[in-house]
Design a protein. Sequence first.
Length: 303
Amino acid sequence: MAMNITKLAQSLRCLTVNQLSYSVNQTCRREIHETANCLKNFNTRVPKNIKIGRFRFEKSVDFNKYTLTPLKTAKTGGRGPDGKIWVHRIGGGDKLLYRMIDSKRVGPKDGEPLIERVNTVMKDPCRSAFIAVVAGGNKKRYIIASENMKEGDLIKTSGVVSSMPVRASEGDAHPVGSLPLGTIVHNIERLPGEGGKVALAAGTSGVYLRRLGDKCVIRMPSKREIIVSQECMVTIGRVSNPEHHKTKKMKTAGENRRRGKRPHSGWWQRKTGYHGRKIRPMKPPVVFDKPYVEKPEVFRLTV
């Protein structure tokens, strides 16, 4: 009787192993962002272009629909959708209201430029630069304010690429190919129609250096050069709030906690500079001629 029970157990064990071997899935897929168990307590989502920041938005927010209404935010605490800490030194902080910034300055391709009036210039807690509420026609939006922009100013936006350089004022937006050499610009597009991606922080600006056929060379705030199409839109002048680097310095430990930053967790020493710094040659210019495509993640598994 004991022998029969042993053989029966061995047979069942072999059958179970065979069934498991056939049911194993040969593909591996990362399920952090879509597993129901991970998302049951995660009622808000992270925007597509932000990995893990200080805050996140409600699921009902549609970023394809522009709104002037400030959006409520919830804190991430540095935790990802799986509930684990992805970024340390993030936690706490004051509540913030996020305002959608329209970085696309789209103007008519022919005829008179679009004229908008600056209603107000205000501080935005989610960014270092000041923002402005501008209105033209039946549309009102937030934009990045230039350095000397004030209430009541009229700004122009034109999409005409002229053969002769135009005489533009600060705050106006034109294709970079229409501007004279040496113009200080910000809110620079890398591809036509993409929207401003370069020189958006407080006090930053680029310089239109030279022209190469139908391409234009702009020196970025980091002193590196980029080569963009002559149809890329730029805004004339520097970004507002150039004194931000003086006012953002921490005076008390509580200021950083109110900004949502947690303390360092290790011993830190000031660099003495005894051995100097490495002098490296300037990197070659970056050419933006086609959209950037993210490479798919590759997970290498070993047995």
